[in-house]
Design a protein around this ligand. Structure first.
Ligand code: UN1
Length: 447
């Protein structure tokens, strides 16, 4: 029988979790139980829902170190970022606890009656999540779903299933039975979940995301898919060299570049020599090694296949990196390459790893055109102080999120998150946008 096995990327012999996959029949039963739990949850007082989300926040905060250590062990995220992720998870839960009290709906008064809208939960939210934010992504989907009165069935990425099961254990005492369930598994389990849930939210690859969207459309249920990026950072001649290089180094290489928001293309307007030297120096100064050690910014990639993909994709003139550091585990060296045309594979498809391209371009319009080229549209950053260039960039850029003098990676949970084109489908996540996604509007007319 196929099993879900997750191992530590820095110590591949360390098996973090080994459990059976959830069969389609089990998924069906779990969803049915969740739907029953949702019915009374949807009728509960908003104060009770807020209290449950607050208790979930408190338990994550109490277990901060334990959870961060598990993230480090299971997915190889450097400890500083893992602690940051736990903090973000707590903040998301508190934010949606607060949102429970917000007014919803519209009123249309009439002298002889009243028309208004209310929002209703969908039922069971099927969540399919990646391994790279093993706490924050499940929670930024689950918290608004629960706040709206839905139940949740979570199918985590196999490589991060240990984190998901631990979250479920910690949440269990604070939620009605069956309201938050985890269905460990591979693709078949995810497909079964899309087949039974009432609303689906997915983060992962474009190939799977498109399948999820089609399957959801066939069932007539709402779906939201976040599917990666090939994010550019554009550097204008007047950008603060040191600060910009430091931010791009972290955005490209932090957590070994394994974020859908990571910078994959650096577009330098004008002569690139000084900026290139500064960027290479910042990247070479990043600590590479055991993600459990403080001060390490770049740990391993998730598995051997990911490392092989990084090595195979390395192309062009290598400015720094190339190859692997001499250590056990799935390490690849932080790598910057240059001299590649806009249609080269590395400038057109996302490689999840510590690898980015650098290209010198003559002017800002060309940079924005290159950033817009291709099928992705998640996040683009511009570094510089020319207000006219900034405003035209904000206007012309074809991505869901635009950053000015700020890194492509790193998101604020109270702001809408999501991409254009093949990066995102079905609307934004997080913030108030998520509350709209996890509920539907009902129009009421009182004559
Ligand atoms: C971040 O940049 O902090 O899967 C979050 C991802 C994104 C989340 C990025 N959905 O990498």
């Amino acid at each position: 029988m196929t099993r879900v096995v997750s191992t530590s990327p820095q110590r591949p012999a360390d098996v973090v979790l080994d459990c059976p996959v959830t069969s389609a029949e089990e998924v069906s039963r779990t969803v049915a139980k969740a739907r029953a739990a949702h019915r009374s949850w949807a009728r509960s007082a908003v104060a009770d829902r807020a209290a449950a989300l607050t208790a979930m926040a408190d338990v994550v905060a109490e277990r901060r170190r334990e959870l961060a250590d598990l993230v480090v062990r299971e997915v190889g995220k450097p400890i500083a970022e893992a602690l940051g992720e736990v903090g973000r998870t707590v903040a998301i839960l508190r934010y949606y606890a607060q949102q429970c009290f917000d007014p919803v709906g519209e009123t249309y008064p009439r002298h002889d009656g009243l028309d208004f809208t209310v929002r209703r939960p969908h039922g069971v939210a099927g969540l399919i999540t990646p391994w790279n934010f093993p706490l924050a992504i499940p929670v930024w989907k689950a918290a608004p779903a629960l706040a709206c009165g839905n139940a949740v069935v979570l199918k985590p990425a196999p490589a991060a299933t240990g984190c998901a099961l631990r979250l479920a254990e910690l949440f269990a005492p604070h939620l009605p039975e069956g309201l938050f369930a985890v269905a460990p598994g591979l693709g078949d389990t995810g497909a079964a979940l899309v087949g039974f849930a009432d609303v689906v939210s997915f983060t992962g690859s474009g190939t799977v995301g498109r399948r999820v969207a089609v399957a959801a459309a066939e069932r007539g249920i709402p779906a939201q898919c976040e599917m990666g990026g090939l994010n550019s950072s554009i550097v204008l001649p007047d950008a603060d060299l040191d600060r910009t290089a430091a931010q791009i180094a972290a955005a490209a290489m932090g957590f070994a570049g394994q974020k859908c928001t990571a910078t994959k293309r650096v577009l330098v307007v004008g002569a690139a020599a000084d900026f290139t030297d500064a960027l290479v120096a910042k990247i070479e100064a990043l600590g590479v090694g055991d993600p459990a050690d403080e001060g390490i910014a770049v740990g391993p990639v998730i598995d051997e296949a990911a490392r092989q993909r990084v090595l195979a994709a390395t192309d062009g003139k290598v400015l720094t990196g190339g190859g692997c550091p001499d250590r056990d585990g799935w390490f690849a060296s932080p790598t910057v390459v240059t001299g590649l045309g806009p249609d080269a594979p590395l400038n057109t498809a996302e490689v999840f790893g510590p690898l980015c391209t650098l290209t010198e371009v003559s002017d800002v319009d060309t940079a924005v055109r290159l950033a817009n080229a291709g099928t992705y549209g998640l996040v683009t950053a511009l570094y510089g102080n020319d207000l006219g260039a900034v405003l035209s960039f904000v206007d012309e850029c074809e991505s869901g999120m635009v950053k000015v003098n700020a890194p492509t990676s790193g998101v604020d949970f109270h702001l809408p998150f999501g991409g254009e084109k093949e990066s995102g489908y079905g609307g934004r996540e997080q913030g108030k946008a998520a509350l709209r996604f996890y509920s539907s509007s009902r129009t009421v007319q009182l004559a």
